[in-house]
Design a binder for this molecule. Structure first.
Ligand code: GDP
Ligand code: IMO
Ligand code: MG
Length: 429
């Protein structure tokens, strides 16, 4: 039995999808446990690139079963489209291979319209959400008026609950946000059709996962978003509305404490963020352009879901150590090391300054970051193109030193280093 969690150690887009793809070679089950199609996970195998928003990245392999856990909020239209897209690309998706929790929540056009309405109303205080309806879907979940997948099993009850939900949304759109009302009839018709297509996939996924573990099978939980976007532990209010940190896996899959055997924290060799909120090591100008890329390459720093340019900066060790703590990370995976080739020197943020005081930890958690300036340790860079390197020994000495320094500062082993987006562009240690 093994139960491995892959979690984003920064603000999302760390390369979780490609790390999950590598680890899924040994997994029987790959499971998403939080978020929805705000996620965008890229897996590149040879010439083929998959961009997955809802399906677990491990499904790119032929053998694992995929679970969409109860902690997720799922847009059925996006899910059906994605299922079709990956079928076209040659993957098998059927109810034997994909199971959706009966307790996962549905995202409707109502949630999406409210997401936009609320962002507009926030004005300069906008969060920069993906506008996929994530926040409003979790809001209805917590308000106990959400629509869970189990309701799709009874079309009459579903129709009536959906109608009530849309009436409530239309009331809010009109009275709070002065937005146009949604066409209830059309949405209900579409959603009854989606219900028919997705009904065979609805499963008690917690029970399925529990039985699998009990019979010696291995589960890989695929994080979406990242630690600093966690509702409780991130840069509140500039966060998502779920618990992407490792403890969210247990709630989001319905498994007990004590079953987890490994927690892999995925971090980029530098730092990125999409959307608003504090970012102490953020760079602008030429350095930022070099880290971000121009958008020519598929791996340049532009959002997988929304296409927005990502904000970029130097690696922040204070935040990485924080991620180690709140997730209980057992080892790290460092991605995109190749992007750092060619910098004469690199900066690693090892503390913050506020006035005359220096902090090596976060005095009041990430939400307070706006008040602090990053303090750096400068290390030498390397010139060599490392994208063809597959072993530790071949890495330039300064790249080895950069990795060793991160290990020292986080007190954790980096067991996987990636040097390009393709499946084989990796150094396992
Ligand atoms: P996720 O949301 O954490 O799964 O990450 P995304 O897929 O949104 O963003 C990561 C991006 O980096 C994708 O375009 C990947 O193809 C790319 N990527 C991952 N690892 C590497 C790497 O080692 N080198 C380079 N150049 N690109 C990488
Ligand atoms: P993956 O899984 C990066 C960010 C949004 C916004 C904030 C809230 O690909 O790493 P939301 O739509 O969730 O209400 O937006 O969270 N965000 C992500 N940023 N990667 C993601 O997912 C993200 N999912 C949400 O940009 O700042
Ligand atoms: Mg992403």
């Amino acid at each position: 039995m093994s139960f491995t969690i892959v979690v984003g150690a920064q603000w999302g887009d760390e390369g979780k999808g490609r790390v999950v793809d590598l680890l899924a070679a040994d997994a029987d089950i790959v499971a998403r446990y939080c978020g929805g199609d705000n996620a965008g996970h890229t897996v590149t195998v040879g010439q083929k690139t998959f961009k997955l928003h809802l399906l677990p990245s491990g499904l790119v392999h032929e053998h694992p079963v995929g679970l969409l856990g109860n902690g997720m909020v799922i847009n059925p239209k996006t899910l059906l489209r994605e299922m079709e897209e990956v079928r076209q690309a040659g993957l098998v998706i059927n109810p034997e291979r994909l199971k959706i929790s009966h307790a996962a929540h549905l995202i409707t056009p109502g949630h999406i319209a409210l997401d936009s309405g609320r962002e507009k109303a926030r004005g300069s205080k906008m969060i920069g959400t993906t506008k996929r309806g994530i926040g409003p879907a979790y809001t209805t979940k917590v308000a106990r008026s959400g629509l869970r997948f189990e309701i799709l099993n009874d079309p009459d009850i579903f129709e009536s609950a959906l109608n009530d939900h849309l009436e409530d949304v239309n009331f809010q759109l009109m009275n709070l946000y002065q937005e146009e009302q949604l066409d209830k009839g059309q949405i209900i018709q579409d959603y009854l059709d989606f219900a028919g297509q997705l009904r065979p996939y609805i499963t008690e996924t917690g029970d399925y996962a529990h039985r699998a573990l009990a019979s010696g099978k291995s589960i890989l939980a695929e994080g979406a978003q990242g630690t600093l976007l966690d509702l409780d532990h991130g840069t509140y209010p500039y966060v998502t509305s779920s618990t992407p940190t490792a403890p969210g896996v247990l709630v989001g899959l319905g498994l007990g404490v004590g079953s987890v055997t490994r927690v892999v924290g995925v971090a980029k060799a530098f730092q990125t963020r999409v959307g608003e909120g504090p970012f102490p090591t953020e760079l602008t100008g030429d350095l930022a352009l070099r880290l971000r890329g121009t958008g020519e390459n598929d791996w340049d720093e532009f959002g997988t879901t929304t296409g927005r340019p990502r904000r970029v900066g130097w690696l922040d060790i204070v935040l990485l150590r924080y991620a180690v703590r709140v997730n209980g990370i057992t080892d790290l995976a460092l991605t995109k090391l190749d992007i750092l080739s060619g910098f004469e020197t690199l900066q690693i943020c090892t503390g913050y300054r506020k006035g005359e005081s220096i902090f090596s930890d976060l005095p009041l958690g990430p939400a307070s970051l706006g008040d602090f300036q990053a303090e750096y340790e400068e290390v030498p860079g390397w010139d060599e193109d490392i994208t063809s390197i597959r072993s530790w020994e071949e890495l330039p000495l300064m790249a080895q030193k950069y990795i060793n320094r991160i290990e020292e500062l986080t007190d954790l082993p980096i067991k996987l280093v990636s040097v390009g987006p393709e499946r084989s562009q990796v150094i396992m240690r």
